[in-house]
Design a protein around this ligand. Structure first.
Ligand SMILES: Cc1cc2nc3c(=O)[nH]c(=O)nc-3n(C[C@H](O)[C@H](O)[C@H](O)COP(=O)(O)O)c2cc1C
Length: 300
């Protein structure tokens, strides 16, 4: 049975990676299972300098989902380079770094710095809805995506994955812009901008007022978006949004994703991504699928 997939020059032994920001740098989850069971680990968004994130309350459960406004809390480039990457290297699993910036120059600088480090791919986050400057501001216009991806492309030969926002009228247009600017792949979707109100307090639940919605409640929309993007671009897609089981992952692959990532599922059950890997294999065996690549986009 062949489960190996390719995202540019990144070879994944199976199609399952982790949603940035839902898996830390793998330290905690590595106490539950060896990380090299996964096709790759995608780590929390990294900025040049450490960020404290937004004030609390930053997360809230919703029916079949989570609303978060973490605000890209992370230890910054130096700690990721000196502590997090060496840890992940020892786990012998491909590493996908996720980069964030408030300006095009910050993305460029990060791409240049990571280019010389032992990471396997760079995911450009132009889709976080929870910060005031940069990020989703770039990812919701063709011009913004074009300027960030073109600049990052000049600074690295590593595979670039552009992480798209679903908070747009046409996600296909954004995917086409990423492809034209030199992205090797796109990942979608990041979270949907939403809010939760406490009626008795007559107040927003999150200190940030709004947050990004994720989990099973977004899956049907994410699936539809993956299918639309599959029809619009030739580069591979990493599908995400509410994947909790192997069959969820298979649905994304059938819609057109080459690989998938498990995000909120890790917060519900630390074994979730591991289970998805096993359940994809079980589904393939039960359905007589010899090669996972044969079913990419098969519903189209
Ligand atoms: C708590 C939390 C933190 C997140 N942080 C990031 C991040 O730093 N960078 C990023 O690109 N996406 C981030 N995301 C988005 C996820 O990676 C994923 O795209 C999204 O949650 C949809 O997938 P899911 O429904 O499987 O969680 C975060 C999501 C959650 C729930």
């Amino acid at each position: 049975m062949v489960t190996e997939v390719r995202i540019g020059s990144l070879v994944m032994k199976n199609p399952v990676t982790t949603g940035s920001g839902t898996f830390g740098y793998g330290e905690e989850i590595s106490e539950f299972y060896p990380l090299n069971v996964l096709g790759a680990v995608t780590v929390k968004g990294t900025s040049l300098l450490p960020r404290e994130g937004n004030p609390y309350q930053r997360t809230c459960e919703t029916p079949s989902g989570v609303l978060n406004a973490i605000g890209l809390q992370n230890p910054g480039f130096e700690v990721v380079k000196d502590v997090k990457i060496p840890f992940l290297q020892k786990q012998n699993v491909p590493i996908i770094i996720n980069i964030i910036g408030s300006t095009v120059e910050e993305y460029e600088e990060l791409a240049e710095r990571f280019d010389s480090l032992p990471v396997d791919a760079i995911e450009i986050n132009v889709s976080c809805p929870n910060v005031k400057a940069g990020c989703m501001a770039f990812g919701t216009t063709v011009e913004g995506i074009n300027s960030v991806v073109t600049s990052v492309r000049k600074k690295t030969k590593k595979p670039i994955i552009t992480k798209l926002s679903p908070n747009v009228t046409s996600i296909s247009e954004m995917a086409i812009a990423a492809e034209k600017a030199g992205s090797d792949a796109v990942s979608l979707v990041n979270t949907f901008l939403g809010t939760v109100i406490d009626a008795k307090k007559r107040a927003f639940v999150l200190a940030n007022k709004t947050g990004g919605l994720s989990g099973p409640c977004i899956k049907p929309i994410a699936l539809r978006m993956v299918w639309e993007v599959y029809k619009a671009v030739k580069i591979p897609i990493i599908g995400q949004g509410g994947i909790m089981t192997g069959e969820d992952a298979i649905e994304f692959i059938m819609a057109g994703a080459t690989a998938v990532s498990v995000g909120t599922g890790n917060l519900v059950n630390p074994m979730c991504a591991y289970n998805v890997v096993r359940e994809v294999e079980e589904f393939m065996a039960a359905e007589g699928i010899d090669n996972i690549n044969d079913i990419i986009g098969c519903v189209s």
